[in-house]
Unconditional design. Structure first.
Length: 81
């Protein structure tokens, strides 16, 4: 399991952020990216969609500026008893 967060809270219209997340995951899977990079890109792209007033838009400048600052950590799942 992985946990990731953008470097700051963003406000706006979250409609479309989930689609942006899925698009980033799909692109990363096609490119053969590892999980840390997949999660980082998904969070950055979905976060960059939030400030946009129209669903389906992404702020490309915001995406580029935050993608390296997304925190990503591996979380160890508890072992089932």
């Amino acid at each position: 399991m992985w946990r990731a967060a953008p470097p700051r809270q963003l406000t706006g219209n979250p409609t479309g952020a989930g689609d942006a997340c899925v698009a980033a995951l799909a692109a990363g899977l096609v490119d053969g990216a590892g999980w840390p990079e997949l999660v980082r890109e998904a969070v950055a792209l979905s976060a960059a969609a939030v400030p946009c007033p129209v669903a389906g838009e992404v702020d490309a400048d915001l995406y580029r500026s935050i993608r390296t600052d997304v925190s990503v950590e591996k979380i160890h799942a508890p072992h089932p008893d």
